[in-house]
Design a protein around this ligand. Sequence first.
Ligand SMILES: Nc1ncnc2c1ncn2[C@@H]1O[C@H](COP(=O)(O)OP(=O)(O)OP(=O)(O)O)[C@@H](O)[C@H]1O
Ligand SMILES: [Mg+2]
Length: 218
Amino acid sequence: MKGVDLQLYDGEVVAIVGPNGAGKTTLLRTISGLVTVHAGEIRFEGERITRTPAHRIARRGIGHCPEGRRIFQRLTVEENLVTGFIPRRGRSYADLRAQAFALFPILAERRASYASRLSGGQQQMLAVARSLMAEPRLLMLDEPSLGLAPLVVNQILEIVLKLAESGVSIMLVEQKVNFALEICDYAYVLENGYCTMAGPGAKLLADPLLREAYLPKV
Ligand SMILES: Nc1ncnc2c1ncn2[C@@H]1O[C@H](COP(=O)(O)OP(=O)(O)OP(=O)(O)O)[C@@H](O)[C@H]1O
Ligand SMILES: [Mg+2]
């Protein structure tokens, strides 16, 4: 990846869109400390995290909800939440779990079920809920809508927008370009590892070049 320069503010929703293989997942993995940075700099809340190890980046407050959900299929809902717990600001596990269950009541109902028994939508909810167990200040979501019915996607994104309202910054990688541009404050288009377009969501939605490349003709 080269020439990718992006920033985001508290409570802002930034969308990253672009074709398969553009480098969207690589970008998130780089911010998380899972991919080595060869040149350039990443700053979070004023501090350099360019070469900070992944576990410390998570502790600093960056949550990563990876592509393909990656929850533990053979653990229960509750056990999955335990795996995401990082006591960052003195909040207890019980407190954070209560918050997760309040956002996703269905997970409370199914707390003792194995993750493998959940529907796709419930698994995605669990993946988001697990990320929240570390109280992130920035939550990165990699294609949360993949394989889910529109109704469930809306349900999950409503909660994500609620989080943004509470001040959590959101970085959303989405293949549903239309949808991502509608809900974000600002968006970046990645192609072949380069950032080729950027701007407020509404502005990109109206851009003929972007429409031609990414939106279905009507
Ligand atoms: N660990 C790796 N080593 C070498 N190449 C990789 C590695 N991970 C990804 N790539 C390559 O880097 C490019 C970007 O991949 P990436 O997964 O970031 O794209 P993406 O935008 O997330 O795509 P998708 O929409 O399919 O999820 C691809 O060409 C991919 O094959
Ligand atoms: Mg990807």
